[in-house]
Design a protein. Structure first.
Length: 146
């Protein structure tokens, strides 16, 4: 299983998450987006409706109806009721439940760097886990740093 650490330094989550979600859905996959609370769920829901005027990314907040049919599901807990094999942890908090997926995206900013470092170190000891650390370039793009 692969864990991608995204250290948000230049672009905020609202510019990074939709692109990753588009790629996953475009490849026929499903994504679970894990948020910290109801307010963040509402914000991510709005983001996925409005991030680009010419795109459509089918999604819903968990519990709003027919979770199983949603290519992208936004939830407070790590419960892939949409059958997702990819999970995005967007609140800066690592959860070991993410290891049950094929791929995890762990987004964090400077405020959560200590927790991200601890998760990175702990995952080094886990068998079958491939870690990748992505840092943001001055131009806004991403480079794999580890």
């Amino acid at each position: 299983m692969q864990v991608d650490f995204y250290h948000l330094t230049r672009s905020p989550l609202d510019r990074v998450l939709p692109r990753i979600a588009e790629r996953i859905v475009g490849d026929g996959g499903r994504l679970l987006v894990v948020v910290r609370d109801e307010a963040q769920a509402v914000a991510i829901d709005k983001l996925l409706w409005s991030y680009a005027p010419d795109s459509f990314l089918p999604h819903a907040v968990a519990g709003a109806g027919e979770d199983v049919a949603q290519p992208v599901l936004i939830a407070i807990g790590v419960d892939p009721s949409n059958g997702a094999r990819h999970v995005a942890l967007v609140d800066g908090e690592w959860r070991d439940e993410a290891l049950g997926f094929d791929r995890a995206f762990h987004f964090f900013d400077q405020g959560a760097i200590g927790e991200a470092r601890a998760a990175w170190k702990a995952l080094a000891e886990r068998e079958g886990v491939e870690r990748r650390y992505w840092k943001q370039l001055e131009t806004g793009g991403w480079e794999q740093a580890a």
